[in-house]
Write a protein that binds this ligand. Structure first.
Ligand SMILES: [Zn+2]
Length: 133
């Protein structure tokens, strides 16, 4: 009977963020290593530490899903032309801000929604860059 008690919340383990599956325990030196989920090899799975690591992996997984499916960059087919997208987004935001000063509810509400979508995209894309680089 020796050694430090195992803290279940900080245990190093394999985790799939998409099907909420756990494997483990894993070795500490394998932290951050990508895993292949037996459920689906395309799932987002890695070796993480405890509940905090699982939480961050779920956020990364959501950001990846956003980038691949919901982001306007992908919807407009500009995946490999990020520079064009930054320019288009800037021009669109200026246009929306000018357009929102027009006194028309029919124009104002869709412009506000589009502006919110573009601003959310800027925030999510930058968060994604901060996490993945
Ligand atoms: Zn999985």
């Amino acid at each position: 009977m020796g050694g430090a008690p195992i803290d279940q919340h900080k245990q190093v383990l394999g985790y799939c963020a998409e099907c909420d599956r756990e494997w483990g325990p894993a070795r500490r030196e394998h932290l951050g290593r990508w895993l292949e989920c037996p459920e689906n090899p395309c799932h987002y799975a890695a070796v993480v530490r405890g509940d905090t690591g699982k939480h961050w992996l779920r956020i990364e997984s959501w950001l990846r899903t956003y980038e691949l499916k919901i982001s306007p960059v992908n919807l407009l087919g500009l995946k490999h032309k990020a520079g064009y997208w930054v320019l288009i987004r800037f021009v669109a935001l200026v246009f929306f801000l000018i357009g929102s000063s027009v006194d028309s509810t029919y124009l104002w509400i869709p412009l506000l929604c589009l502006t919110g979508y573009l601003l959310a995209d800027i925030l999510i894309a930058n968060t994604s860059v901060a996490l993945f680089t």
